[in-house]
Structure formats: C-alpha cells, structure tokens
Design a protein around this ligand. Structure first.
Ligand SMILES: Nc1ncnc2c1ncn2[C@@H]1O[C@H](COP(=O)(O)OP(=O)(O)OP(=O)(O)O)[C@@H](O)[C@H]1O
Length: 193
C-alpha cells in the first residue's frame, strides 16, 4: 500500500494542496479527480517522490517509501523523452525489455529506429508505459495519460493497465478530469480533491 497522509504542498510560497490523504493498495486502480488547479498533479508527484511535501507523510507498506518502485507517467510522453534518442534506446533506458512485455504492450520492433516525434500520441504512450514497466514498479501514477487520445487508443491503454494491475499486482493511481472514464476503469473507486 502506498499512502499519503495529511499532505500539504507548496509551489514557491503558495499552498496548492492542504491536508490531502489518499491510499493506493497494490493491484488496484484508484481514481483521482477534481477541478483544474486543485493539486491532482502535485499530489501524484508527491506520491512518486518527485515533489517534496511541506507537511504530511508518504509511506509504503507502513514504512519509508522506496520511490524507485513508483513510476510516474505523463500526459505528454514526449516531454519525458530525449528527442534525439531513437525509440529502441528509450525503451531500454532503465532496463532491458523482454520480447513478451514488448508484445503485450504493443511496441513492435519496427518502431525502434524511429524518433519520438515520428510516433502518434497513443504509440508514444505505449512506449512510455513499456519503459516504466521494464523497471518493474509496484505503483504507477498515470497523470491524464489518455486525455489526448481517441476513444479507441484510450480503451487500449486502459485495458493494458487493468491487466498490469491484476497480473503484476501493480497499484495504479489514475488521475483524470473524466469521471466517466474513471468509473469504467477503477477497481477501488475515486477520490476527489
Ligand atoms: N511549477 C509550478 N510553479 C508554480 N505553481 C504551480 C506549478 N505547478 C503547478 N502550480 C500551481 O499549483 C496548483 C495545482 O496545480 P496542479 O497541476 O497540481 O493541479 P491539477 O489539479 O493537476 O490541475 P489540472 O487538472 O489543470 O492539471 C495550480 O494552481 C497551479 O497553477
């Protein structure tokens, strides 16, 4: 279980999150929704160890978290990829990927020679997911990862993530404005900020 308790976070001097709590059990998908600017991304980044809270605690199974076990997926995967690297290098950046995992996620070898800007948004999101899963995370923070995709690509990505949660016991925080989408994909309901 990855847990945030009574988190307060600031950007500069501004408090953008106050006394927020959330629990993400292993193997479950929990939704996080709420109006724009309420601090969803900030809370996701705090849970992934990318933003230090000014108050509150994050625990993993009740202990100090090992943030290497938490991977953060961005809405715009291009922003998290080196534009000068080819896809083959990007997906093996942290760890080698197995052919089985590549096939399951749907990243064909034909993409390996391409640069990130030569793939579509849905294809790039699959590359980002493959790179994250190769690191064998226990938790994923998926921040609006399908909001720029057409409904079919959106469904494909979430079907994949549902399998990842179930088969690999990965806990997934799904951050989205789209409460209807969260209603379809979450296994443990939604938290609203
Ligand atoms: N790097 C930053 N520097 C200063 N303020 C920031 C920064 N990032 C976010 N903020 C501010 O913090 C607040 C919370 O932002 P955050 O992105 O966490 O909200 P959000 O709920 O995810 O919003 P959205 O749904 O629009 O993505 C907003 O008011 C935003 O303007």
């Amino acid at each position: 279980m990855l847990e945030a308790r009574a988190i307060t976070a600031t950007h500069g001097r501004r408090i953008v999150l106050e006394n927020a709590s959330l629990a993400l059990p292993a193997g479950e998908i929990v939704g996080l929704s709420g109006p724009s600017g309420q601090g969803k991304t900030t809370l996701g980044r705090v849970l992934a160890g990318l933003h230090r809270p000014s108050a509150g605690v994050i625990t993993m199974d009740g202990a100090v978290p090992d943030f290497r076990a938490v991977q953060y997926l961005y809405q715009d995967p291009l922003s998290a990829m080196n534009p000068r690297w080819r896809i083959g290098r990007i997906i093996t950046e942290g760890q080698d990927t197995s052919p089985d995992l590549r096939a399951a996620i749907g990243v064909p070898a034909a993409w390996h020679d391409r640069f990130p800007h030569e793939l579509s948004g849905g294809q790039l999101q699959r590359v980002a997911l493959l790179r994250a899963l190769a690191l064998r995370p226990r938790y994923l923070v998926a921040d609006e990862i399908t909001s720029a995709l057409d409904p079919l690509s959106q469904l494909h990505i979430w079907r994949l993530l549902q399998r990842v949660a179930r088969d690999q016991c990965v806990g997934i925080l799904a951050i989205s404005h789209d409460r209807a989408l969260l209603g379809q994909i979450c296994t443990l309901g939604q938290v609203t900020l």
